[in-house]
Write a protein that binds this ligand. Structure first.
Ligand SMILES: [Mg+2]
Length: 480
């Protein structure tokens, strides 16, 4: 690899010594290289990076470069390179690989304007992990991910950020697989959200370097704007009607209603929604609350309200059960919780388990994985849309960039934007008449207000699941 990149010298000596089983010689060569780099030989010693990369590939050290973690009490986590990286900044040449030199991240919580109720509890706000990468080209990139559970910031700080240091910014696929290979290939759901923040920042930096919005890098602008669905969270039909009217006044044409509370309430909510929205599109989200038997009965009743689809009627693991519903029900079936990773989507398609698939770049482990998952669905004529977890400006823009460029992302995207009590950007995506304008600036096309990040910074996650007003209650899947 180093030869192909035009590097020579101690890298080969190291590799040859290693191949010949002369490990002592191999380490001496490597140590010599590191000492020369440490002594300030960056400009005159262009093989420093590949040596350290080889060092990492061979597993000689988990973290190839020194970095400093904050004291546990510090809420703004940082990973900083030693002075070696600043020397490398001078080595960057236009056209060369742009590499990550620093990663910072913040955990932030944005309150909702009202509590929102769903089958898995009561949500009082959204907790997001926001990260910034800096590169040796002087270009920075921003990323964001959903952070409903505590493993997200932990995996980000302990695995994703250290691995990202020195990565070429273009190597989004390699970073994704590198994190999985670092112990998460059989715990993918624990890693994908943490990977997604960093990967989004890589794309933002790449777009800025290219001077292009991300949709221009992903096949071009397929649609001129992006429709958003009005998202409704309540278990009271009268309250639902009032809330829907508010969205109708704003021009929305697609409505998504959470059900999955109990059999009667589900039907009453669907009826109230249909009676209020006329012939506009109605989607109903069960969040896996039904048993297969309940699903058969409920779908037959709900067919009278002509839903565009019923989402995740059964538990997320039950692809065979969903395939049976797809085969027998006149109501289209969408899968959301079942469709995290690329392999999940492949299995859904193989099983014939969905008429519609909801993708989420945070749950897929990145924007690139989402594009690939959409292509799997496109190949068999299945439309996709995007799941919402209350995206702030960075993720919202990423969603719009995806929707702008993916042909079969032809359904209105979910968004909880109407409930956000604020944002972290001075120029968040513009939502008017139920449609998002497509950001045209380079990269994600939105900026970050670091003061807002600091203002909303938290050190833990609260109010994502369960319900403090029902102390002994917890969600059971399936529930009824
Ligand atoms: Mg859903």
């Amino acid at each position: 690899m180093e030869r192909a990149l035009g590097h020579a010298g101690p890298v080969e000596q190291f590799g040859e010594a290693q191949a010949a089983g002369r490990c002592g010689d191999a380490f001496k060569n490597l140590d010599a290289a590191r000492q020369r780099l440490d002594a300030g030989g960056g400009m005159a010693f262009p093989i420093g990076l590949p040596i350290l990369r080889r060092h990492r590939q061979l597993g000689l050290a988990h973290h190839p470069l020194p970095y400093r973690r904050p004291a546990p009490c510090c809420q703004s986590h940082k990973l900083e390179l030693s002075s070696m990286s600043s020397r490398r900044e001078a080595r960057h040449t236009p056209g060369g690989a742009m590499r990550i030199t620093r990663v910072d991240h913040w955990l932030v919580r944005m309150p909702f304007t009202e509590d929102i109720l769903w089958g898995s509890g009561r949500r009082i706000g959204t907790t997001r992990l926001v990260c910034r990468i800096e590169t040796d080209a002087g270009i920075s990139g921003w990323g964001e991910t959903i952070s409903l559970i505590a493993n997200v910031p932990a995996v980000f700080a302990d695995i994703v950020a250290p691995l990202a240091i020195e990565y070429p910014v273009s190597d989004v696929e390699r970073l994704h697989r590198h994190v999985l290979g670092a112990g998460f290939y059989h715990h993918k759901r624990a890693a994908v959200m943490a990977i997604a923040a960093l990967e989004m920042a890589m794309w933002d930096a790449l777009g800025k370097k290219a001077g292009q919005p991300l949709h221009a890098l992903w096949g071009g602008k397929w649609r001129k704007d992006v429709e958003a669905a009005a998202y409704l969270f309540t278990n009271e039909p009268a309250g639902l009607t009032e809330r829907i009217k508010g969205f109708l006044d704003k021009g929305y044409e697609t409505f998504k209603v959470k059900i999955g509370f109990d059999e009667r309430t589900d039907i009453a909510l669907a009826e109230a929604a249909r009676n209020t929205i006329g012939d506009r599109a109605l989607r109903l989200d069960v969040n896996g609350a039904w048993t297969p038997g309940t699903a058969k009965r409920q779908l037959e009743k709900l067919a009278a309200f002509d839903p565009a689809y019923v989402e995740q009627p059964l538990e997320l693991d039950d692809l065979a059960g969903h395939a049976a519903l797809v085969a027998r029900s006149s109501v289209p079936i969408a899968l959301d919780e079942s469709a995290y990773t690329l392999a999940d989507v492949g299995n859904i398609i193989r099983a014939g388990a969905a008429d519609v698939v909801l993708l989420d770049p945070h749950e897929a482990g990145g924007l690139w994985q989402t594009i690939k998952a959409a292509a799997i669905c496109e190949a068999v004529g299945i439309p996709v849309t995007l799941h919402s977890g209350a995206e702030l400006a960075l993720s919202q823009s990423a969603y719009i960039q995806l929707a702008a460029s993916i042909p079969n992302l032809s359904l209105a995207i979910d968004t909880e934007r109407a409930y956000l009590g604020g944002d972290i950007s001075p120029n968040p995506p513009v939502l008017q008449h139920g449609r998002f304008a497509i950001p045209e600036g380079p990269g994600l096309g939105v900026e970050v207000d670091v003061e807002a990040l600091e203002r909303h910074r938290v050190d833990g996650i609260a109010g994502a699941y369960l319900d403090t007003s029902r102390k002994d209650w917890f969600p059971i899947k399936p529930a009824y």
